[in-house]
Ligand binder design. Structure first.
Ligand code: 5GP
Length: 199
């Protein structure tokens, strides 16, 4: 992957239901330079999701084919479905934009192997488990079984916080967003200064 511009790649991971999607969308709305990396998945779309915007929804067969052709920078099996980031999409985007990835810890570990990437890894956690359960129920997008399954995955997921550069607790969405904004602006600045020095 060629990544010599001063554009940055922000990874935002969290246990399911911690508020990641809301934050990601807010960042993209505010910062023209940021694009969200749209993943491919074998999961079925939720009622409000749009193909090509929230995800590229594809079959298991198609996903397996893309794996065998080496098209992904990273992919993972999560809750029985595959999710992955296509190389081609990222390589095209990073030339002109900063990128924000909404991916899990497995994908974060895989992307971290590319040492030339300017990755900023942020892990978002809910204030407590009870709050997480309420949010999963309230967003009303998954069946009760799926909510339970995602809730149970929390303990395992949260063990990977050590792989990240920043841990942010999402007690209040506005405060949390401001903290993430600060992290981004500090790193964007740093990246700009380094690239200026290289000139
Ligand atoms: P959901 O089904 O709620 O949209 O996503 C489930 C989990 O998959 C979330 O933790 C999300 O961050 C993760 N995810 C989404 N896209 C990707 C991807 O391309 N790669 C990886 N590794 N995880 C992803």
């Amino acid at each position: 992957m060629n990544h010599d511009s001063n554009n940055i790649m922000v990874i935002l991971s969290s246990p399911s239901g911690a508020g990641k999607t809301t934050i990601t969308k807010k960042i993209q709305q505010k910062y023209q330079s940021f694009k969200i990396s749209v993943s491919h998945t074998t999961r079925k779309p939720r009622p409000n999701e749009v193909d090509g915007v929230d995800y590229y929804f594809i079959s298991h067969e198609k996903f397996k084919k893309l794996i065998s052709e080496g098209k992904f920078y990273e992919y993972a099996k999560i809750f029985d479905n595959y999710y992955g980031t296509l190389k081609e999409n990222v390589d095209k985007m990073i030339k002109k934009n900063d990128i924000i990835f909404d991916i899990d810890w497995q994908g974060t570990q895989q992307l971290s192997k590319f040492k030339n990437l300017k990755l900023i890894k942020i892990y978002l956690i809910p204030p407590n488990k009870n709050e997480l359960k309420q949010r999963l129920i309230k967003r009303n997008q998954d069946s009760p079984e799926e909510v339970e399954r995602r809730f149970k995955a929390y303990d395992k997921d949260v063990q990977h916080w050590k792989d990240y550069d920043y841990i942010v607790i999402n007690e209040n969405i506005e405060t949390c967003y401001k903290q993430i904004e600060n992290i981004i602006s500090i790193n964007k600045n740093k990246s700009f200064k380094v690239s200026q020095r290289a000139l």
